[in-house]
Design a protein around this ligand. Sequence first.
Ligand SMILES: *Cc1c(COP(=O)(O)O)cnc(C)c1O
Length: 381
Amino acid sequence: MHQYSGVLKINLSALRRNWRVMRSRFRGQYCGAVVKANAYGLGVAPVVQTLYSEGCRHFFVATLDEAMQVRRLVPEPADIFVLQGVYPGAEQRFCDERLVPVIYNADMLRRWLSASSAGPRRCALKINTGMNRLGLNLQELGDFFQAHEDWPADVRIELVMSHLACADEPDHQLNSSQLALFRRVADVVRQRFPHTIFSLANSAGIFLGEDWHFDLARPGIALYGGCCAPALQGLLSVVVTLHLPVMQLRHVAAGESIGYGADFVAPQDLRVLVVSGGYADGILRSVSPRMAAWRGERLPLVGRISMDSCVFDATHLALDDVPGEGDFIEVIGEHQSLDGLADAAGTISYELLTRLGDRLSKVYFEELEHIAQSSSGISQH
Ligand SMILES: *Cc1c(COP(=O)(O)O)cnc(C)c1O
């Protein structure tokens, strides 16, 4: 180590196990993976390669840039779906790179129909069933089909999908109404395109019941260890752990304050650890004062989180147990879960993961082979 930087360990064996859990719970034909936003911040290359080696052949990304990254990682016939659809003028690029745009409005679909390409123009359609974000309404879809009786033979609708707004709340009534609407969509599409497959379920959607499954699942967060619905409790392996190094031990006298705003005032003489890692590394400021680091023993956070550091109270530890400079304390791991920390910050695991900063060293490993491989980031060990 030549500098104090936090270490994000990513257990690729756990990622494999989580994908297998999703795969085994899913009754449809294909289990895909959502790897947008750099695989939820974990690093798209190792994640995609690992999932591909497990047999995953359907990858979802948000943008064209993300899709190009994945295209270089996986040989065909893996499908890469671009949730942002195809930007005007980018049609040729999609054809050349054999990417599948997820088309969500009539204009985009019209452009795709009239784009020229040598090979088949494959696309997916996104239908709005209640999320009211992106997507064609059922009516718009029906109208479009009627207005385009002469469908170009080389335009293939591979997939029709919709996204659940409340899959993490199994009893929410929107789950059933979105399902009902999606079934009507499927009926309309099947009449015209009998080979199209359908997808409704994200991670939590898989656990709503088989009615929500259709042909293809699109899990994201559960693969990375985020327990996004009650039914996933106890099923997932921990993929991500975060450890931060101690930079300095400090004694703070009773009545003195710690950190910006002097918010925290020591109620007694304290022994504290100043740790490398702050909000610039994704240790969200909103987590104070509820976060505690662990090292077998709880270490409560004291004072506000700064950009590059935060401070933990180690007063209660026996002297020979106190971590020293360069020792690492756990912030996400066995003792403090990803979801627990997200909760403490008043957010969700998705936000926590995608905010983890570039300064953290990422260490990828497999449990069985014990192959450790360090990658990317400014800091390396
Ligand atoms: C992000 C996303 C997913 C993955 O959802 P998770 O809750 O992470 O499983 C699936 N489908 C769409 C359209 C998405 O945008």
